[in-house]
Design a protein around this ligand. Sequence first.
Ligand SMILES: *Cc1c(COP(=O)(O)O)cnc(C)c1O
Length: 389
Amino acid sequence: MAPNVPPAPCRAEIDLDAVEHNARVLVDAAQGARVMAVVKADAYGHGAVAVSLAALRGGADALGVTTIAEALELREAGITAEILAWIYLPSDDVRAALEADVDLAVPSPAHLDTVIQAARRTGLRARVTPKIDTGLARSGITPEDWPEVLTRLVAAEAGGLIEVTGLMAHFAHADDPGNPVIDQQVARLHEAVEQARAAGLACPVNHHANSAATLTRPDDGFEMVRPGIALYGLDPVGDLDVDLRPVMSFTADILMIKRLSAGQGVSYGHTWHAPHDTTVALISAGYADGVWRILSGQIDVEIGGVRYPNVGRVCMDQFVVDLGPTPDPTIRAGDTAVLFGDGTNGGPTAAEWADKLGTIHYEVVTAVRGRARRHVLGRHAGGDKGSAK
Ligand SMILES: *Cc1c(COP(=O)(O)O)cnc(C)c1O
């Protein structure tokens, strides 16, 4: 960036030490199963390269992404760990994945055609993870297609075109640990693994568990787990007794502070009027940066260990908080407000925003955008600095 350009007025601060800590917690919870850290969608908005390195330092064995482009970004950053990508079209040219030693999921017969064709054209053996639909009914090989796909997998492996690393599947109800569908899905994947092994595939590393299942179902008997959200320090179930540390803090600068007289309406539409003379602070983030307008009047920010409520509508670029009639005189323009973070000091969290929005914290952290720039913190942040989005 050109010199003398002021820094971004709002930030996603990423605590890499927390990622490393959470990875260790997940390795422990996996009870000997390997851990594939899921860093799809730019590591849930946290920055894929820096998070991947931190997760590997914390003991993760492999990385999971959606697209081949995401996998290649990690390879270009010099990451040599095993990487699995699970979203591409049957019409895509996947040779780049094979050339970069990226494993590919195979969620349908047409995807198998694509991978086999790429193996033929490159002369490289593709590492594939057939994705079984055990009940989510999203992607995955259906029970109807499975016998034929299995036959073709056996032939392609025997022909040296592919190596089947294992089977994978994804849960529908993992965040509801008592749900009986979880057991059904586990049983279906075990059955598919048995069928594959009986047909001659070794299937050494099979996996079903996301974060919720990793933390609540350590006894599923598969060789790897595939946690995402817990790596970012967010509890996938909501009431787990696990030492996860939230990784992202969404912070913004105080642009100015001003006195208001009783009765003054604030922000568009004057949806809030000062009930008495008061002082407000203007916060430099808005809905373009991931502060949902629908949260107007419902969120607090934390400044210096104290929570202050948003008043009036959240705008595209800024919103107002009420500091009260006798504000802390040490609060100044340029100070930092925490919109959500790790909850220490009683501050707001992404989970709190999610509850108010009627959504999940996954959506809150992945929605930080716009002018928000990433600031990477932690013992190993140095090498990753400047990885602003
Ligand atoms: C996103 C994703 C995960 C990780 O899920 P979390 O709930 O974030 O742990 C695992 N597997 C697949 C296939 C996914 O798409």
